[in-house]
Structure formats: structure tokens, C-alpha cells
Design a binder for this molecule. Structure first.
Ligand code: PLP
Length: 387
């Protein structure tokens, strides 16, 4: 049996069409877009074309796209760029949700060293932000609000349009981290009314090492790196030309192939329902909320998530533990904690995420292996820990 990849929220494979589009920009047209020679001008042209594609993908203007090295950098730029730029506004509060990705959460916590009062708004047991609470907190001292569009662990989608509208009426800058949402649900910044929005290419079949921050033309943004005048002086550094071309192509493909979401949702629902049929005590987090079409956050009480993920990996199925890899220690998920999940659920949750290349046969196979592994591990636990 071939390996089955069900960890698309961690990262996606580069679409072969994206790779194909990128290749010429490492060796043939490799110029520095700031150079005024032929190579530079050729590079500038493709850079502009790719910027247009990324802008079109979210219905922004090309001048409102700032390329960064990843989603993490774009999130940091949004927070620090605004706080540094509006120092004289005499507004000292920043609000985020309790379920932000670490690249917002940890960065926002650093703002407290700059005299900012950080407020984290709680969520319901289904992982939806408490809107009443948020709106009550959005007073005249709030400079900026940042709320994730769709959560990376649960896939739960937030009421971004309502928040953006309220923020607009109050004159508050509103940012949303759309890294997981992009390519899985439609994004139209004009319709949403948000001031800033983060994207990352590697979550949507583009290459790693390239992200973008949409910054509405009315918003002032200070750079967080200092150097040249690239990206309209908002992000210095020679542009990652091939990466940007790949990002543009990835956006184009997501727009053309938007119906793939229906297929993915069908497979996700099939997998989720079959697992629930086999393991009737399993709990799906955020099941009653609007969710991304590809994500399942599921807990099997009595089964350690780490043991299950390793057992599945042994059986050639890649899923994750709900938190991302790369952190020094495995900590309980702050997202599930904020949703009020019990410690038993916290330690037994895995994340399964499907994508463009997931096949029906894989879903059937995965259901059978996941269910039998859960039963096996639970049985083993009871054998070594009899009542
Ligand atoms: N925001 C969300 C919601 C994410 O899921 C991730 C990555 O997992 C990021 C931001 C960070 O993106 P990047 O890996 O491009 O730094």
C-alpha cells in the first residue's frame, strides 16, 4: 500500500503546474527586479504579473499586496507594522481571539512590551468567537483587531464579515489570518471589508518560503525589517521571484478549480461519518459550526493522540496531533483549551486534513485503519491498566 497523506493543513505538495511555472525563474529569467538591465526588467514584468494574480485571487489591487517570506512574517508585519505606524494615535489596545495561530498569538504577546494592552476574546465550545463580547470590547482605545478566518486545528470559520463591518464603523483596523481559509473558501477583501489579510503559498499547493499581506491602500504600515525600498518600502529584500511566480500560479489554479472543494468536502464527510459509525464515542470538535471542507479535528477519549499518530504513521497514514510540528514540546492545544475541552479530549485529539490529491480509495482505507488502530490502542491501554 502507498502512503496516504492526510495532513494538508500542515502543508500541501506543490502542484506540478506550479512547479513547471516556477522553473524558468531560477536560471533563465533570474534577474533582480530592481535592476534596470534586461534581466531586471524581465524579472520585474513577471513579478508584476504574479502580483496581479495574487491580488485577483482575493479581489484586491496589486499595489495592496506585500510579499513576505511566509504567513508567519505577514502576521508579524500586520501587528508590528500597524502598532509602529500608529504610535501617535493614542490607542493602546489590540484585540485577538483566543484561538489564533501562534504566529499571531506569540507576536501579539510581544506587543505588550510596547505598552499595548492585549485582549484575547473567548470562543464557544464549537470554536466560534463570542461576537457580543468582542463588540463590547471594541471601544475608542482599540487600535486593531485580528481574528483568524478559519482555524488550522478545527477548520472552524469565523464571522469575519460581521467583525470587519463593526470595526469599520468604529474606525478600528481589522486584520484576518486567512492562511488556512485560502483556496478552501472564497475570499473577497472588498466584500469582507477587512483592512489587512494574510496568505501563505505552501498551504495552497504553492512553494514554501513565500507569503503575502494584503494591506488596504488606506492603511499605513511601517516595515519590520530595514533595508531597500522593495514592496513599496513595506518589506525590504530582493524578491523571491520563482516563489512569487509559483504563488501566482497556485492562486490561478485555486480560482479555476474551485469546485474541487465539493469533492473534498464529500470525501471529508464520508471519512468523518464512517469513523463515527465505527467508533461511536469519538467526538468531532466544531461539528456544529461552519467548517472548512477538508478538516476533521477528532478526539478518541482513552486513546493517546501521540500513540495513535505514530501507529497510523507506521501503517503509512500521515495525520497530525492538532498542534503543528516544530514546537519544542508537545503542549495541550490552546485552541481546544479555549473551546473548553476536557483534559481527556485534549490528549486524545488528532487532526485529519484532506486535499487536492486525496482519493476515494484512500479515504476508505484510512477509515478502516484509523478505526482499527483506535480499538487496538484502547484495548492495549486497558490490558496494561485494568480497572
Ligand atoms: N496562520 C495559520 C492559520 C497557519 O495555519 C499557519 C501555518 O500553519 C500560519 C499562519 C503560518 O504560515 P507559514 O507556515 O507560512 O509561516
Amino acid at each position: 500500500m502507498d502512503r496516504i497523506y492526510l495532513d494538508y493543513n500542515a502543508t500541501t505538495p506543490v502542484d506540478p503546474r506550479v512547479l513547471e511555472a516556477m522553473l524558468g525563474y531560477y536560471h533563465t529569467i533570474f534577474g533582480n527586479p530592481s535592476s534596470i538591465n534586461w534581466y531586471g526588467k524581465a524579472a520585474r514584468k513577471v513579478l508584476d504579473e504574479a502580483r496581479e494574480k495574487v491580488a485577483l485571487f482575493i479581489k484586491a489591487k496589486p499595489s495592496e499586496i506585500v510579499f513576505t517570506s511566509c504567513g508567519t512574517e505577514a502576521n508579524n508585519l500586520a501587528l508590528f507594522g500597524v502598532v509602529n505606524s500608529y504610535k501617535n494615535a493614542k490607542k493602546n489596545k489590540v484585540i485577538i481571539s483566543a484561538i489564533e495561530h501562534h504566529s499571531i498569538m506569540k507576536a501579539a504577546e510581544q506587543l505588550e512590551n510596547k505598552g499595548i494592552k492585549l485582549i484575547k476574546v473567548p470562543v464557544s465550545t464549537d470554536g466560534i468567537i463570542h461576537l457580543d463580547k468582542l463588540f463590547e470590547l471594541m471601544d475608542d482605545n482599540v487600535l486593531m483587531v485580528s481574528v483568524i478566518m478559519a482555524n488550522n486545528e478545527t477548520g472552524v470559520v469565523q464571522p469575519i464579515k460581521e467583525i470587519a463591518k463593526f470595526a469599520q464603523d468604529k474606525g478600528i483596523i481589522f486584520h484576518t489570518d486567512a492562511v488556512q481559509a485560502a483556496g478552501k473558501i472564497n475570499i473577497d477583501v472588498e466584500d469582507l471589508g477587512c483592512s489587512m489579510l494574510t496568505l501563505s503559498a505552501h498551504k495552497m499547493y504553492g512553494p514554501k518560503g513565500i507569503g503575502a499581506l494584503y494591506v488596504n491602500q488606506k492603511i499605513k504600515l511601517s516595515p519590520i525589517l530595514y533595508g531597500g525600498g522593495q514592496e513599496r518600502s513595506r518589506r525590504p529584500g530582493t524578491e523571491n521571484l520563482a516563489g512569487i511566480v509559483g504563488f501566482g500560479k497556485a492562486c490561478e489554479i485555486c480560482m479555476q478549480e474551485y469546485t474541487e472543494r465539493d469533492r473534498i468536502k464529500y470525501l471529508r464527510d464520508r471519512l468523518e461519518n464512517s469513523i463515527l459509525d465505527c467508533i461511536n464515542y469519538a467526538v468531532v470538535h466544531g461539528k456544529n459550526a461552519v467548517r472548512l471542507p477538508n478538516t476533521i479535528s477528532i478526539s478518541f477519549p482513552g486513546v493517546e493522540a501521540e500513540a495513535l499518530v505514530l501507529e497510523l504513521d507506521r501503517q503509512k497514514i500521515a495525520v497530525s496531533m492538532g498542534i503543528e510540528y516544530g514546537y519544542a514540546a508537545i503542549e495541550p492545544s490552546h485552541v481546544l483549551l479555549a473551546m473548553g475541552k476536557s483534559s481527556g479530549q485534549l490528549s486524545s485529539t488528532i487532526r485529519i486534513s484532506l486535499g487536492r490529491y486525496t482519493k476515494e480509495e484512500e479515504v476508505l482505507e484510512a477509515c478502516q485503519i484509523i478505526s482499527s488502530s483506535v480499538i487496538k490502542i484502547k484495548h492495549h491501554f486497558h490490558e496494561i491498566n485494568p480497572l
